[in-house]
Design a protein around this ligand. Structure first.
Ligand SMILES: NC(=O)c1ccc[n+]([C@@H]2O[C@H](COP(=O)([O-])OP(=O)(O)OC[C@H]3O[C@@H](n4cnc5c(N)ncnc54)[C@H](O)[C@@H]3O)[C@@H](O)[C@H]2O)c1
Length: 341
């Protein structure tokens, strides 16, 4: 069932905030035959056509499903629409790229994975950060053991706005951190707990403090909020050998590796207690320079044409959705620790 076509025609559904970034990157890709933009809101279509006058547009999703010209569909609509749109596209024989978070529930994610496998179609989830140079670099450093054993990770993703009306800050922002952490640690957490509040819009939490423990023993803390005086995109990774800070708001030195740590020396005699502190060089590794979304759409095409498994496939989307569900459950139960099976 995999397409062996040289060029691929893509329908992009949802031309709100994020969809236009996908359209730009598809149009910039040499493997892209054409893009057809779809949105229920005519004003969004007018705006995107203003930018790309030759772009075909439609308000009807069915037009993409019925068209033999369309090989693949990219979905950038609110999460509560992802399941129906993805299911219909797979049933119509289209390969699907669906934005994060993959689905609104674990059951939906499992059903879509099974459907894609049955139809022999590519299903990829838009975990953009997994394609970004600093995140890829840190993943390599962790895999190579450059930081030693990973003790813990602490992450802040906060800013003022944009308050969403359809999902909480957990589904909106923590989905990024979860995808990054699970990719770095090559695992999902065993247990998770969260505290959060809905200060601005009743029923839609705008701040959450999330704690996790991974099979390796590594623990992680993720803070997400739409209520903060300034933008923070900061993650600290603490290893037994070295420590690292990833600051995505930095322009030049997004990653800094600190040769710092504490060594515990076994006492020779009772009562002797020795710790030795290390403070060496601070190194900022050279990072590749490319737009993550460009690499992501190129990977999607490569998977379609060559029958490859996407790096961020349905299962990678599923483990993020499972963790988001567990986080939400914990938050609704005053921080009760939820186990993830
Ligand atoms: N990968 C990333 O870094 C990243 C960044 C931002 C948003 N996103 C994701 O992208 C998705 C969209 O987010 P957004 O901020 O662009 O939302 P948005 O609300 O700005 O835009 C969504 C658009 O989808 C349209 N739409 C809704 N239902 C539709 C349907 N059935 N058919 C056609 N059009 C429909 C709406 O009219 C709207 O224009 C979300 O899943 C979000 O999490 C990903």
């Amino acid at each position: 069932m995999y397409k062996t076509k040289e060029k691929i025609a893509v329908g992009v559904v949802g031309c709100g905030y994020w969809g236009p970034n996908l359209i730009r990157n598809f149009l910039n890709n040499k493997t892209c035959q054409q893009v057809i933009a779809c949105d229920l809101d005519k004003s969004k279509l007018d705006r995107i056509q203003g930018r790309y006058p030759s772009l075909k547009v439609t308000s009807h999703y069915e037009d993409l499903m019925d068209s033999n010209e369309v090989d693949a569909v990219a979905i950038a609509t609110p999460v509560n629409t992802h399941f129906n749109l993805t299911r219909d596209a797979l049933k119509a024989g289209k390969h699907v790229f669906v934005e994060k978070p993959f689905t609104a529930s674990t059951a939906e994610a499992l059903e879509l994975i099974q459907l894609a496998e049955k139809e022999g179609l590519t299903l990829m989830v838009g975990h953009t950060f997994e394609y970004s140079p600093p995140v890829v670099k840190i993943g390599e450093l962790i895999s190579q053991g450059a930081l030693g054993e990973i003790y813990f990770i602490s992450s802040s993703r906060v800013n003022l706005g944009l308050h969403r009306k359809d999902v909480s800050v957990i589904w909106d922002l923590a989905s990024h951190d979860f995808a990054i952490l699970f990719y770095w640690l090559k695992a999902a957490p065993l247990r998770i707990s969260a505290l959060g509040k809905d200060y601005v819009q009743r029923g839609i939490p705008d701040v959450a403090f999330i704690n996790m423990e991974f099979p390796s023993g590594c623990v992680a803390h993720v803070e997400v909020s739409w209520l903060a005086p300034s933008k923070l995109r900061r993650t600290a990774v603490i290893g037994s050998e070295k420590m690292l800070v990833y600051d995505d708001t930095e322009v030049m030195e997004k990653v800094k590796i600190y040769d710092k740590g504490v060594d515990y020396k076994e006492p020779y005699s009772f009562g002797e207690f020795q710790l030795s502190y290390r403070a060496g060089d601070i190194v900022s590794p050279k990072l590749d320079s490319y737009e993550p979304l460009g690499v992501e759409v190129a990977h999607f095409f490569d998977c379609i044409r060559n029958g490859k498994k996407p790096r961020t496939d349905g299962y990678s989307g599923l483990r993020v959705v499972q963790a988001l569900e567990a986080t939400q459950k914990s938050l609704e139960n005053n921080g009760h620790v939820e186990r993830i099976e």
